[in-house]
Design a protein around this ligand. Structure first.
Ligand code: FO1
Length: 333
């Protein structure tokens, strides 16, 4: 099956990177790499300032994965990394001891920060950094303004029992074990989707929602004022992939996030959370894993076309086939 001429993908970090690689692989195997444009609208809610450097985890996870220089085991950072500078920062008491910045990774953070200080937008910086490798896809920050996810979590030591912290502290220091009460997108009121992100969503033939964290990756993309409307308004079919298989999240600690917003950790519950486009939501189609085939009727009941297919992405073959299944569902809508 030939690939569409243009594909937009909403994606977060680790799960997003695997899925984007799968879409790229499927397009290559279809012989359409030259004529198909893949644009990835990437979550920037995990971004932060650390040791004076601007860190953009999800953009970096996808960039490194498409470049083939990522640490496949950890899912973030560079392969063959060393941590000499990080040890020095710890000795100076600068940065976070629980958040390791590899030496090669720091090279990207210094380059990004230097380019930002010269007045470039994050979109321009991403264009510059990603030009280093033939990624086969364009990475687009969801917003150029800084909109960082702040987690308000239960902490018995905090004055009123709730402590606000940057998402990265909650995620990497506390491993999402402090119950989250709410997720705040700090600065979101003054933010808007970038023109390039809106263009990708508005003009692509297909829009795919990667199996990323529905709350702090996809939710924070859609939470940028105007983004949800843009997805709802596109003439392209919008097809998502469940980040939950057989009641457990594929990666990360998305269940802690889903629980915090009162959504069950289930393939159909996430689809219903995103909502059918016909009912005020963003989805036209949804893929669940074969083990969740029993949930297809519930998703269809919600007005979303659903199919049960293998969702585990273990290698280029399984990732490419998942992409093909998502595009096939989109083509049927
Ligand atoms: N995750 C960790 O669990 N521990 C770390 O020390 C860590 C460092 C790190 C440095 C740069 C970067 O881009 C990502 C890093 N991550 C680390 C992963 C990060 O928390 C995740 O990539 C996303 O933000 C959540 O999906």
């Amino acid at each position: 099956m030939s690939a569409p001429r243009s594909i937009a993908i909403l994606a977060g970090g680790v799960g997003g990177a695997r899925f984007v690689r799968g879409v790229r692989e499927h397009v290559r195997r279809s012989g359409d790499a030259e004529r198909t444009r893949i644009r990835v609208v990437v979550n920037t809610g995990d971004d932060m300032w650390l040791a004076g450097l601007r860190i953009t985890p999800d953009l970096d996870s996808i960039m490194y994965a498409l470049a083939g220089v990522n640490d496949e085991q950890r899912g973030w950072g560079r392969v063959g990394e060393t941590e000499r500078v990080s040890a020095e920062l710890a000795a100076w008491g600068v940065g976070w001891p629980w958040f390791t910045l590899g030496d090669l990774d720091i090279g990207a953070h210094i380059a990004r920060t230097a380019l930002l200080r010269e007045g470039r937008t994050l979109t321009e910086v991403v264009d510059r950094l990603t030009a280093r490798w033939p990624l086969g896809a364009e990475l687009l920050p969801a917003a150029d303004a800084e909109v960082e996810t702040i987690v308000h979590a239960r902490d018995p030591e905090a004055p009123d029992g709730i402590r606000a912290m940057h998402f990265q502290e909650w995620w990497t220091r506390h491993r999402a074990t402090l119950p989250a009460v709410r997720f705040e997108q700090r600065g979101v009121a003054n933010a808007r989707p970038t023109d390039r992100a809106l263009e990708a969503i508005g003009s692509s033939e297909v829009v795919l929602v990667a199996p990323s964290n529905p709350v702090v990756s996809i939710g924070t993309i859609l939470g940028i004022p105007g983004m949800r409307d843009a997805v709802r308004a596109t003439s392209a079919p919008v097809v998502g992939v469940s980040p939950v298989i057989a009641g457990t999240v594929v990666r990360g600690m998305a269940d802690a996030c889903l629980t915090a917003i009162g959504v069950a950790t289930a393939a159909d519950a996430v689809a219903v959370h995103y909502g059918a486009r016909g009912a005020g939501g963003v989805l036209d189609g949804w893929l669940v894993d074969e083990t969740d085939a029993a949930s297809v009727p519930a998703v269809e009941e919600a007005g979303i076309a659903a199919r049960a297919v293998p969702l585990w992405m273990r290698d280029p073959d399984t990732s490419a086939r998942l992409a093909a299944d998502a595009l096939s569902l989109a083509a049927s809508l």
